[in-house]
Design a protein around this ligand. Structure first.
Ligand code: FAD
Length: 405
């Protein structure tokens, strides 16, 4: 079967949806082909035994500018984590939020005042400086950047690495410091949150404004031709093709990836923690964990408790690390975990594109006349980066189509 559209978008992840909305908003006839059985790509929520399980533990930062611009944040019904993190049992949060956070910081800083001064100076700059200042200048790895700012190796190993390894899925902290400061800024400005009904709410809100029939799920694009795409169902003829699927980067080398494995547990008895707090462990696995049902009660059936634990840079398809994770969780929550039930494991090999030091924060989205590419690998490896890249690709399509005679 041959279909026609002005623009065909390959992939209905956040980038593809952002591109489709922008193009359709400009009056173009758009068709989105999505290989999966639903939209969202890496941001999807499964329902298993009444639990809502995001496909890998993730956090929405309400301060991401693109999220605020593209959806009505109130409709996400965000459930917030407590600000800050508990690293190896030590609570740390921005001291300007609560008096208790200031107390915690003073206790932490008693033995390492220079580290606290360095982290406060860095955080003040990241919150207050214009974003363009954070993006400008040279780049280094996060590890080098923290050392240059005077943060000791001990504080990096005990606090910063366990937390940042969970964010960037990068244990040695080789990620671009420029990208880190932008994410750190968003964490400090708005904290982290989960939509009440799961992260999958975000793509569905993005898609809601698209005209019915715009997105075709279960349609895999198999090739790009001179005048459109071929799919496993037929052909779509179009003036422009926007590739929003990292697996089909025609002409662009596929990015390197960081992996992650998330284990979801149903606990027995009382919740191991009632606070909606992110906890990290500086042991060998660098586990980061939260009682998800304490953050967003709708993730678990009434009276039940859901715990997520993620191990960065491991793709544990055989659940070989699970006993080790369970032991770590017993230490982190100071409780027995032997009768916790493993609900599901998500072992994700392609979770985040690697962003090494020197990584350009914006990469070209125009490949050739009529061919465009978007996705988090074109901007920053994040929800923010995916949304921005989709809008940039759409803007390039519009500029090219409107400049045609
Ligand atoms: C476990 C995990 C945790 C994360 N945590 C965070 C976090 O806390 N905060 C944050 O900001 N970001 C986080 N991210 C990153 C964020 O989810 C991604 O940056 C973003 O979702 C990428 O969107 P995308 O549209 O670029 O790509 P994708 O979501 O990968 O979308 C690509 C789409 O293309 C489709 N597709 C592929 N091949 C074809 C084909 N041949 N034909 C048609 N369709 C095809 C795929 O099915 C998919 O739907 C996390 C990611 C993971 C996996």
């Amino acid at each position: 079967m041959v279909e026609r559209a002005e623009v065909v978008v390959v992939g209905a992840g956040l980038a593809g949806l952002a591109a489709a909305r922008t193009l359709q908003g400009a009056g173009l006839h758009v068709l989105v082909c999505e290989a999966g059985d639903d939209i969202g790509g890496r941001v999807r929520t499964d329902v298993v035994d009444g639990f809502r399980l995001d496909r890998g533990f993730q956090v929405l930062l309400p301060a991401y500018p693109a999220v605020r611009e593209m959806v009505d944040v109130a409709e996400l019904r965000l459930q917030h984590f407590t600000r800050g993190v508990v690293a190896d049992g030590q609570a740390l949060a921005p001291p300007w939020r609560h008096r208790s956070a200031l107390r915690d910081l003073l206790a932490f800083g008693a033995g390492r005042p220079r580290d606290v001064a360095a982290l406060l100076a860095m955080s003040a700059r990241d919150v207050l400086a214009p974003a363009r200042r954070l993006k400008a200048g040279g780049d280094s790895t996060i590890a080098e950047d923290l050392a240059r700012r005077g943060v000791s190796a001990r504080t990096v190993d005990e606090v910063m690495r366990p937390f940042l390894a969970g964010v960037f899925l990068d244990r040695p902290l080789r990620t671009s410091a420029r990208a880190f400061h932008l994410v750190w800024r968003s964490f400090l400005r708005g904290g982290g949150a989960l939509p009440a009904s799961g992260m999958g709410t975000l793509p569905h809100l993005l898609a809601r404004d698209l005209m019915p029939g715009t997105v075709r799920c279960g349609v895999r694009v198999t090739g790009i031709s001179g005048d459109g795409v071929t799919t496993d169902r037929g052909e779509v003829r179009a003036k422009a093709v926007v590739v929003a699927a990292p697996e089909v980067l025609l002409g662009v080398p596929e990015p390197d990836w960081h992996a992650v494995t998330t284990y979801y547990y149903r606990t027995s008895g009382r919740p191991p923690l009632r606070q909606p707090t992110l906890l990290t462990d500086s042991g060998e696995l660098l586990v980061n964990t939260a009682v998800i049902s304490a953050v967003a009660p709708g993730y678990a059936p009434p009276g039940q408790t859901l715990v997520a634990a993620s191990v960065p840079e491991r793709c544990d398809t055989g659940n070989e690390l699970e006993p080790h994770v369970r032991t770590t969780l017993a230490q982190v929550y100071d409780t027995s975990t032997t009768d916790w039930e493993l609900v599901e494991t998500y072992a994700i090999a392609r979770a985040l594109p690697v962003m090494p030091a020197g990584h350009p924060l914006r990469q070209p989205v125009r490949l050739a006349p009529g061919r465009y590419v978007c996705g988090d690998h074109r901007d920053t490896s994040s929800i923010q980066g995916a949304l921005v890249s989709g809008r940039r690709a759409a803007a390039a399509v519009l500029a090219d189509l409107h400049s045609r005679p």
